[in-house]
Design a protein around this ligand. Structure first.
Ligand SMILES: [Zn+2]
Length: 122
């Protein structure tokens, strides 16, 4: 599958719903019949304080020049502001997108966003 920019609607689904009705867990990628806030049951049980999960893709940050970086942001009930978790460093945007589970929604960047932010998936 090609992952050039033109493959996506402005806020379109990265992939169509699966015909078998299974959905990937947003955190671990496990396919499951019933998801809870887009998470599989074990992930949901261990992250009940998590209100929402986003994945942000950055390019050319100070720490990683000329690289694409994927970072997971979570809104948590017991935290002050979004919390960042994990870091995946890739050479291309396609590689960065391939680290995300399918069926996320793409959010395009806003002019006031961090200049290194390419897009966010939620
Ligand atoms: Zn999971």
């Amino acid at each position: 599958m090609s992952t050039s920019d033109t493959d996506f609607d402005q806020q379109g689904m990265m992939s169509p719903p699966r015909p078998d009705g299974l959905r990937p867990c947003i955190l671990c990628g496990t396919l499951c019949k019933d998801t809870y806030k887009l998470r599989c049951r074990p992930c949901y049980d261990s992250t009940q304080n998590v209100v929402s999960v986003n994945f942000a893709i950055y390019f050319n940050t100070i720490e990683h020049p000329q690289k694409y970086v994927v970072r997971r942001w979570q809104i948590e009930t017991d935290a002050n502001g979004p919390q960042a978790y994990g870091l995946v460093v890739c050479d291309t945007l396609a590689e960065a997108r391939a680290t995300l589970v399918p069926a996320l929604m793409r959010i395009v960047r806003h002019p006031e966003d961090d200049p290194s932010l390419i897009e966010t998936w939620t």
